[in-house]
Write a protein that binds this ligand. Structure first.
Ligand code: COA
Length: 191
């Protein structure tokens, strides 16, 4: 897996020693609220960093100036492979949200996917209640293609009932995205 670079960030593979920075955000309740898992403790974060070091779907997003890991992207080819469709996901430390880092990192990864890998379509899914997530997707110029009702649940409510959630399905074709974003757009804008 190669590294990618933006104005402020390095995108690289995970390393076994990323456990502490990973723990810093996987231990934040507000960060895992819409994820299929709960908060991670120190030991689980260490194990997860070691696991991700061999899982190329996860990209570590680090500040260029300090090297600090501030979040991750998920970019995974879907089956069947000949459909050339990839799923995008993202999780950032709450101390580093609201600064345009997630958009900057995703934009670079999309440019890499569509431009260098030549992939055909990217999809992303989120809970309609997760406003920062779908606002990010719209900033990235993905299109909302569906509002799916009660698609599943990750957690139970206080009475022990499944907390059913809806899903917004987003997508964009490489041909569309490339015509909307020049290389200069990706390089020069953080929004
Ligand atoms: C989803 C998530 C990655 C979005 O992160 P984000 O920081 O809001 O997204 P962006 O990188 O696009 O940042 C945009 C914000 O940064 C602000 N900003 C500040 N400085 C900026 C700069 N230099 N350049 C660009 N934007 C900047 C923008 O104004 C915008 O603020 P606003 O949300 O108040 O309008 C983040 O909320 C997250 O990690 N959530 C927890 C995990 C999660 O739910 N993941 C998704 C599951 S589906």
């Amino acid at each position: 897996m190669e590294s990618l670079e933006t104005q402020r960030l390095i995108l690289r593979s995970f390393r076994a020693e990323d456990g502490d920075d990973l723990h810093a955000y996987l231990s934040q309740e507000e960060v895992v609220r819409f994820e299929p898992y709960g908060v991670y403790d120190q030991a689980a974060s260490k194990a997860e960093a070691e696991r991700r070091a061999t899982d190329h779907a996860f990209w570590a997003v680090c500040l260029k100036d300090s090297g600090r890991l501030i979040g991750n992207l998920y970019f995974q080819q879907q089956n069947p492979p000949q459909f050339q469709t990839w799923e995008l996901g993202y999780v950032f430390n709450s101390n580093y949200q609201g600064k345009g880092y997630a958009a900057e990192a995703c934009r670079e990864l999309l440019a890499y996917g569509f431009g260098t890998l030549g992939i055909r379509r990217v999809t992303a899914h989120c809970d309609p209640d997760n406003h920062p997530s779908w606002r990010l997707l719209e900033r990235l110029k993905l299109r909302r293609e569906g509002h799916l009702l009660q698609t599943g649940y990750f957690k139970h409510d206080e009475q022990g009932n499944p907390g059913w959630h809806d899903t917004y399905a987003y997508g964009v074709l490489g041909s569309e995205w490339m015509s909307m974003n020049t290389r200069d757009d990706v390089n020069s804008r953080s929004l």
